[in-house]
Design a protein around this ligand. Structure first.
Ligand code: GN1
Ligand code: MG
Length: 350
């Protein structure tokens, strides 16, 4: 803890820091709440940037600063990052990279949401995309091909070919099911190549727990901006539903808990279509059910590839964790797939 307090002290904070405690459930970075003298509520957030994944920390912070400045220039809430005493947006301690942001007061995060909150989330979230639609400064592609499913399937194939830790034989069922649907699930990339779908500035990690809500369910601000980059519009819509419409947990060991909740789907989609009225193309709207399937599918591919590779990417809590995650995401995919026709007719009516 002493070291963490010392790290925080490199940033422009005038108060006396009293305590630093672990926070959140992120799978990539390590996050801490920072308390200062005279208050029992956290005042700042300290984060260790995972630079194995985000190798170009300058590009990372530059992207984030462009996005937060742009949102603030429109008088909307955004995360506020602090500079170090020597004017940098991160601190390198010789081994690790750190950043500090202001804690958003009176904010709540959820792991699950109600239909009512989903409607508001869809709307605020569509508005977030509208806000960024006129960002003129180009953003760096911080993780190239991040949500490119063709690329993710190639990574899975490479992992299988290498079979580094001998896990391929036990996951054959999932591999077969995944590759059976390859043609169908790579539609977005084909439409992009044919010039029919544009790329837009997307958040690319819109899990429910990456949004701060106020007590009335309004989205106060969107957090975890590391992956903001150009992507197909499906990214944010699909990834939100991946967590929000799941009646179980992302890594639920009990597959019976998992279903794709159509009430959440309906409410979120209604809000999202309102929020994106100004820019969403008919082809983007028509393919929203595809997006709802794509993200559980892609996350299955990513968790499975990491399991086969011997757990090198995602933080795990126990040895089989990535396999449990794979099974849970696949169950969610199957449930969503079974409701695809229903989704299409619902969207058609909205
Ligand atoms: C990672 O850091 P966190 O937990 O918000 C991942 C996302 C995955 C998600 C799965 C940079 O996000 O893409 O969807 O885990 N972020 C990165 O929970 O890979
Ligand atoms: Mg996160």
């Amino acid at each position: 803890m002493k070291n963490l307090i010392e790290t925080v002290s490199k940033f422009e904070i005038s108060e006396k820091v009293t305590n630093v405690e672990p926070m959140g459930e992120g799978l990539i970075n390590d996050t801490y709440k920072v308390f200062v003298y005279g208050s029992d509520k956290p005042k700042y957030v300290l984060q260790r940037i995972n630079n194995a994944i985000f190798q170009d920390v300058d590009m990372l912070m530059d992207n984030i600063n462009k996005v937060t400045d742009h949102i603030r220039s429109k008088n909307k809430n955004s995360l506020q990052f602090l500079k170090t005493f020597d004017g940098k947006s991160y601190y390198f301690d010789g081994e690790k990279y750190w950043r500090v942001m202001a804690f958003v007061p009176d904010s709540i995060t959820y792991q699950a949401v109600t239909p009512e909150y989903s409607y508001i989330a869809g709307k605020s979230f569509g508005e977030f995309e509208s806000l960024l639609a006129d960002l003129n400064e180009p953003l760096g592609e911080i993780i190239p091909d991040f949500h490119n499913i063709e690329f993710r399937l190639k990574q899975l194939r490479d992992a299988v070919a290498e079979d580094r830790v001998g896990r391929v034989k036990e996951v054959k069922y999932y591999l077969d099911e995944i590759f059976k649907r390859e043609e169908k699930m790579t539609l977005g990339e084909r439409l992009f190549r044919e010039g029919k779908l544009p790329k837009r500035v997307c958040h690319c990690d819109t899990k429910v727990n990456n949004m701060l809500f106020d007590k009335d369910g309004n989205v106060l601000c969107i957090i975890d901006l590391d992956t903001v980059m150009p992507s197909l519009v499906f990214s944010d819509y699909g990834d939100f539903l991946r967590t929000a419409a799941n009646t179980g947990a992302e890594d639920d060991p009990n597959l019976d808990n998992i279903d794709f909740n159509m009430e959440i789907f309906k409410a979120f989609t209604k809000g999202y279509l309102e929020g994106t009225k100004g820019f969403l193309l008919p082809i983007e709207k028509e393919n929203l059910p595809y997006a709802a399937l794509l993200f559980p599918y892609m996350q299955t591919v990513r968790f499975l590839a990491d399991y086969i590779n011997g757990d090198t990417y995602y933080k795990i809590k126990y040895p089989e964790h990535n396999l449990v995650r794979t099974k849970a995401q696949w169950r969610l995919f199957e449930r969503a797939e079974a409701k695809e026709t229903e989704m299409k007719s619902l969207i058609f009516g909205l």
